[in-house]
Each structure stands twice: as structure tokens, then as C-alpha cells.
Design a protein around this ligand. Structure first.
Ligand code: FMN
Length: 193
């Protein structure tokens, strides 16, 4: 039996990332975020309209999305609880210049997307940026024979409700290939006929 659950928000598991962007005050800057999805070369992120990240990305029209590891938990919180500060100075995280865009690409993050904003859509107090992924930079240990090693990539997931939000960590290398479940079910069905 389900109940109607009244809550301000219900986040059902989104990977945590650092947004890297050009900052008119600090040169380049960072903000922790978790609202994103991607389809093909499109990537959409959602930001609170009052954040510095939102202002700067709107002004400069580009950003990088950097997937951290569990070893970056302190930096994740430093960049998520210090609005408007110089977060490269605060964290000592280092970066390279973007290949095409004027954005910082974080050295320690194994997966980094260089993104060009194409459309901005506001919803209440939030701003959605629809962007084109211009380059995907991936640590070579996660690419074998031209294939991304999804089964060993462990992003940090952010989830929770209006009362409490938590981080979830992937620990075991448990995975199933897409399509394999249906294939196995069909095979079993044929066997039982
Ligand atoms: C794990 C985590 C996830 C977050 N996700 C988002 C998000 O999806 N969108 C957003 O606007 N802020 C998000 N925040 C909050 C911002 O990081 C926070 O408001 C930050 O101080 C904004 O900094 P800025 O004003 O310097 O950009 C998140 C914070 C944390 C710690």
C-alpha cells in the first residue's frame, strides 16, 4: 500500500558533480551540483537562480561538468556550502584549460564534460541550462578497447527528501548488461514451453 508522501523535495539518486566555470570576480570557479541528465550530445543542468554558478554560466555561456570520486567528499561540501567564494583557493583543486571552451577542467576528476550552453529555461526559482557536450575527457583507465568501463566507475549519488539528504556510494562491481534481463527471460520462457 502506498501513501501520498508530502515533502518539499524528493531526490531519487543523482550523481554529484563539480561545475567549473569562468567567474568575473575569481577568474575561474567551482560549485557542487547534482541536477543533470544527458541524452546523446545534449546535457541539461538545473541551478538555483540565485547562485553564483547560475549568474556566471548565464554570463559566459559555457561550463564543465566534472565527476568526482569518494576521495573528494570534503571538496564536494566545501564547494556546496560556500556561495560566492573562490573555491579553487578554498580547495586547492587544480585544473587545465578547456580544449575548445574557456572553462576549467578538473585534473582529479576521471570524467569531465566540456559544455556549450544553447538554451536557458527558467522554472520558479530555478534555471535550466540546455547544453551541447563539445568534448568528453575520460581517464584512460576507464576506457578499454574504445569502450567506457561503466562497471568500475563509481560516482557518488545524492538522494533524500525535504527532511534529510544523504550520499550513497557504489561499492561492489555489480552490474548487468542492458538488454540481458529480457534476453534471459525469453530464453527461460522458450525452455519452459
Ligand atoms: C551534494 C550537493 C548537491 C547540490 N546540488 C545542487 C543542484 O543540483 N543545484 C543547485 O543549484 N545547487 C546545488 N547544491 C547547492 C550549491 O552547491 C550551493 O548552493 C552553493 O553554495 C552555491 O555556490 P555558488 O553560489 O558559489 O555557485 C548542491 C550542494 C551539494 C552539497
Amino acid at each position: 500500500m502506498k501513501q501520498v508522501f508530502e515533502t518539499q523535495k524528493l531526490y531519487y539518486g543523482f550523481p554529484v558533480f563539480f561545475l567549473g566555470y569562468k567567474d568575473e570576480k575569481w577568474g575561474y570557479n567551482l560549485t557542487t551540483s547534482s541536477s543533470s541528465y544527458t541524452l546523446g550530445h545534449m546535457l541539461v543542468i538545473g541551478l538555483f537562480s540565485g547562485s553564483n554558478a547560475c549568474r556566471q554560466i548565464q554570463k559566459h555561456g559555457s561550463f564543465s561538468l566534472n565527476l568526482p570520486l569518494e576521495s573528494h567528499m570534503l571538496e564536494i561540501e566545501q564547494c556546496g556550502f560556500n556561495s560566492g567564494r573562490d573555491k579553487f583557493d578554498l580547495t586547492n583543486l587544480t585544473y587545465q584549460q578547456g580544449l575548445t571552451l574557456d572553462v576549467p577542467l578538473l585534473d582529479d576528476c576521471p570524467l569531465v564534460l566540456e559544455c556549450q550552453v544553447e538554451e536557458v529555461v527558467e522554472f520558479e526559482q530555478y534555471t535550466n541550462f540546455v547544453a551541447r557536450i563539445v568534448h568528453r575527457h575520460v581517464d584512460e583507465k576507464f576506457v578499454v578497447d574504445g569502450k567506457f568501463q561503466s562497471q568500475s566507475f563509481n560516482p557518488i549519488f545524492y538522494m533524500g527528501d525535504g527532511k534529510e539528504r544523504i550520499y550513497r556510494y557504489l561499492e561492489e562491481e555489480r552490474s548487468d548488461k542492458m538488454g540481458s534481463i529480457l534476453k534471459a527471460a525469453r530464453k527461460n520462457q522458450r525452455k519452459s514451453r
